[in-house]
Design a protein around this ligand. Structure first.
Ligand code: ADE
Length: 239
């Protein structure tokens, strides 16, 4: 079973949205497990402090290395990857999500305050992961995003496995536009090709639309896609 352990000072935030919908049903049926551990339980002083003022001065508070290390040692002393949710981390990609979903699970350390004492990051082998170039008030929502992305890839979680292979990023392109009934909405019809019944034409239309969207919205993904395509052309598998 894929096991998520979340270290947080707000364990009540979990399972939160992960208890509903696809992830929630999978959780209830035992396809994955979730353990939210309160870091504060590993504080030793009277006030149960988990943070202190930054060395060198400055604003905010820093999460203490000793308290966090004790929490990790008690709740996550195994070989699962340990992620520290942080805007400073490597940006999460679908490739990393796929790799994480093939592990036995993962440990998610949720930072708060100005950050985490650098020494515990090295001492406990924490991999810093960002979910985007913006700043959340803590790592909890970021951890939920990573867990959701992993859980939907676990065997048996998605009913229609094909919808996983076809979607955005699976082949480095954004997803093509979708339509359903009614045939005409506020005077706008469903594109003719999609109601033609010609499967080859539908596939070609979708590929062209996906390429157009990617070119317009994500020049970074488009450049990587073109580079892969060029490499395939230059070095075909049989030549
Ligand atoms: N914590 C605060 N902001 C974050 C971000 N963008 N990604 C991951 N963790 C965070």
């Amino acid at each position: 079973m894929w096991r998520a352990t979340v270290l947080t000072i707000f364990p009540d935030m979990f399972p939160g949205p992960l208890g509903l919908s696809l992830a929630g049903r999978a959780l209830a049926s035992g396809l994955w497990s979730l353990d939210a551990v309160d870091i504060r339980n590993f504080a030793t002083d009277r006030h149960r402090s988990v943070d202190d003022t930054p060395a060198g001065g400055g604003p905010g508070m820093v999460m203490k290395a000793d308290v966090l290390a004790r929490a990790i040692d008690a709740a996550a002393a195994d070989h699962r990857p340990r992620l520290l949710m942080s805007p400073r981390g490597l940006p999460l990609t679908q490739a990393r999500v796929v790799a994480l979903s093939r592990e036995d699970g993962a440990v998610f350390v949720c930072g708060r305050f100005e950050g985490v004492d650098e020494r515990v990051i090295a001492a406990r082998g924490l991999e810093e992961v960002s979910i985007g170039d913006y700043v959340l008030s803590g790592g909890e929502i970021a951890a939920m995003a990573v867990i959701d992305a992993c859980v939907r890839l676990l065997p048996g979680v998605m009913g229609d496995q094909a919808s996983g292979a076809d979607e955005s990023f699976a082949d480095g392109l954004l997803e093509y536009p979708q339509y359903t009934r009614p045939q005409t909405f506020e005077g706008v019809p469903v594109p003719e090709t999609l109601v033609s019944g010609d499967h080859a034409k539908v596939a070609a239309w979708r590929r062209a639309e996906a390429e157009k969207l990617t070119r317009e919205r994500r020049p970074d993904l488009w450049a990587a896609y073109q580079a892969r395509r060029d490499r395939r052309k230059k070095a075909p598998p049989d030549g």
